[in-house]
Write a protein of this length. Structure first.
Length: 623
């Protein structure tokens, strides 16, 4: 098929397209370039017809699209995209408001704990304030939202954002589920908002302030040997906005006269920017430097304290006026924030965020990061440039419009179209371990009687080393420029997710599939509190009854076709499907007195078929 398409486009490239019309464009990738096509309408791009984007997608195309746009899709989702078309589906999703609050659901679980303990001990005095809650309560809340929220695109993008604007329960936030939940809600609420708003939200969020240690950051005081913490100043530039080196619009590095990369910032820039982020303390505390009050402190926007009015000396708080915010002008990234009174210092923060937001690197930097998290590890410079252009101007003069950016990423010809460069051996991406898990949870019919999906994901993390907001470092679970030894490194290509892949994690993944599928144990049901009565209506299981008729030898190909489509958008090759088919038909099944196959044998066949698809390289590499 690839050869036929290549020949077809070579023939097209040799033809002089000079159809009468109002619009003429030139396109082409790879070895086929400069194909010119005209359309009969000044509002229609003729390439859409030649490249298939003008047509409603077939089921395989719809499934592939949903593998980029969701955490997993059922057959009904695939059918919906095939009927509506990708553009209409995206528009419908972008117009949905956020339907789920992780913090609100966490609080409801917390309240259930309190109410139950009060029933057992009415005199116990239990409240939300004095009853402990753990990280896994956040995980259960996250899973509930991911399984029930209709705005599935928002949840996919929020996960991507959580791996760019990283905080983690490792280091500083362990045992603070309200911090995790409130922060994740910021990402959900702003997934389709403006990048500048996200910069503001994360800068003032106490979870970020605690994680990157600039909460209660004081102005310079040489007498007391206090200097501004530089952690956030470094990471907001390196990881959240502009990166290490100056970039062209297409994401390639700008070189100097000696063909060397040009740093975007220096240590001097970091030191100056660190002075900007001084004077931010807990939002519910009376002065800078005060300790955290309780778990709710993490849910309140940090407060700006221009002055530090007290100090602890010889066992007492003594009145003493110091600057909380650094006075004076601050120069970084070639711009100067003016000298203003410290009481107006909050404007320094807004000026700094504006300087970062308007830096020319931000468009290509964020474009590449989001493309990598949603579509492909090695997007072409042209792909990055197209998305960065939309970031710089959404078509209405607005910079940083993430709704427009997400739309551009998912509908780009490199993500969707039948293009002549699809022989690229480095196209696509290795699916993240956690995304594979969610593909299974959302792709199959995972059901509960109550609609509650209680899943703490504790063992899951130990197996695959990845669940939301549990990154080992601020650099995420894997780095965007990671390249494993071998052909990829020789070709100077990237494969970030391979940083999590080794013999131990791959074996653990296969063993986990055996537990989730063969042993019918897809989620981890824990009690909310000690001695809670088991609630089977909240313990999710796969409902595979509809597939039972496909487990006989003659219909195994239909079973494999179904899950090849749902999980791998038809990408598992005929050769590998045949290997899987032979393995499944070799599994014996016995009959009861009435000549019916025993259900245990039938479901074992179905589950093993799905398992083998999910360990195939055609599924693991999403192309």
């Amino acid at each position: 098929m690839k050869l036929k398409l290549t020949v077809f486009f070579i023939i097209l490239s040799a033809i002089n397209f000079n159809i009468q019309g109002q619009q003429t464009v030139t396109f082409g990738l790879g070895n086929v370039k400069n194909v010119t096509v005209s359309s009969s309408s000044n509002s229609t791009d003729g390439t859409k017809t030649l490249l298939s984007s003008g047509y409603l997608p077939n089921y395989n195309s719809a499934s592939r699209f949903l593998s980029h746009a969701t955490l997993g899709a059922k057959m009904t989702d695939i059918q919906s995209v095939a009927t509506l078309g990708k553009e209409q589906w995206i528009d419908n999703q972008l117009n949905l408001s956020n339907s789920f609050s992780t913090e609100t659901y966490l609080k409801s679980l917390h309240q259930i704990m309190v109410d139950s303990m009060l029933r057992d001990n009415p005199a116990g005095g239990y409240t939300l304030d004095n009853t402990g809650v753990q990280n896994w309560h956040f995980d259960a809340s996250w899973f509930q939202g991911s399984m029930t929220a209709p705005d599935v695109l928002r949840w996919r993008v929020a996960l991507a954002l959580s791996e760019i604007f990283v905080i983690s329960r490792i280091s500083g936030l362990d045992g603070q589920p309200y911090a995790l939940a409130n922060y994740y809600d910021v990402l959900l609420n702003n997934a389709f908002g403006n990048y500048r708003t996200i910069l503001d939200k994360i800068t003032y969020h106490p979870a970020m302030g605690s994680y990157l240690t600039f909460l209660n950051n004081h102005a310079t005081n040489t007498t007391k040997q206090i200097y501004p913490d530089e952690n956030y100043a470094r990471e907001i530039m390196q990881l959240f906005s502009i990166g290490l080196y100056k970039l062209n619009l297409d994401g390639t590095e700008i070189k100097d006269a000696n063909n060397k990369s040009i740093p975007t910032y220096t240590n001097t820039d970091i030191a100056a920017l660190a002075k900007v982020f001084t004077g931010l303390g807990w939002g519910d505390r009376p002065y800078l430097g005060h300790y955290q009050k309780d778990k709710w402190s993490y849910t309140k926007r940090m407060k700006f304290f221009p002055l530090d009015s007290l100090e602890y000396y010889q066992g007492w708080w003594q009145p003493k006026i110091y600057n909380g915010h650094e006075p004076g002008s601050k120069t970084f990234l070639g711009s100067t924030i003016p000298n203003r009174p410290v009481v107006q210092g909050e404007q320094d923060i807004q000026d700094a965020l504006n300087i970062i937001f308007n830096h020319p690197n931000v468009g290509p930097f964020i474009a590449r990061r989001l493309i990598q998290r949603l579509v492909a590890s090695n997007p072409s410079p042209a792909y990055i440039q197209r998305v960065a252009t939309v970031f710089n101007d959404n078509g209405s003069g607005v910079r940083g419009d993430l709704k427009a950016v997400v739309r551009a990423i998912l509908l780009d010809q490199e993500a969707c179209d039948c293009n002549p460069d699809n022989n690229n051996n480095y196209a696509g991406m290795l699916r993240e371990p956690f995304v594979r898990y969610m593909n299974l949870m959302r792709g199959l019919k995972l059901t509960t009687q109550s609609g509650v999906y209680r899943n703490v994901m504790y063992t899951l993390y130990n197996r695959i080393e990845q669940i939301p907001l549990y990154s080992p470092t601020v650099f995420n679970f894997f780095q965007p420029d990671y390249s494993p030894d071998g052909e990829l490194k020789t070709a100077k290509k990237f494969a970030p997710e391979f940083q999590l892949l080794n013999s131990q994690t791959l074996t653990a993944y296969v063993n986990a599939l055996n537990s989730w599928l063969v042993n019918d144990d897809p989620v981890e049901f824990w009690g909310l509190f000690n001695n809670e009565t088991y609630k089977p209506d909240q313990d999710a299981k796969f409902d595979l009854l509809a597939d039972s008729t496909l487990a006989i030898n003659a219909k195994i190909p239909q079973l494999l076709d179904k899950y090849n489509l749902i999980l791998a958008h038809g990408a598992v090759t005929k050769e590998n499907i045949e290997i899987i088919r032979k393995a499944i038909v070799s599994m014996p099944y016995t009959y009861d007195y009435y000549g019916r196959p025993y259900s245990e044998d039938v479901y074992r066949r179905i589950r093993m078929a799905i398992l083998l698809i999910m360990v195939s390289p055609d599924y693991l590499i999403n192309r």
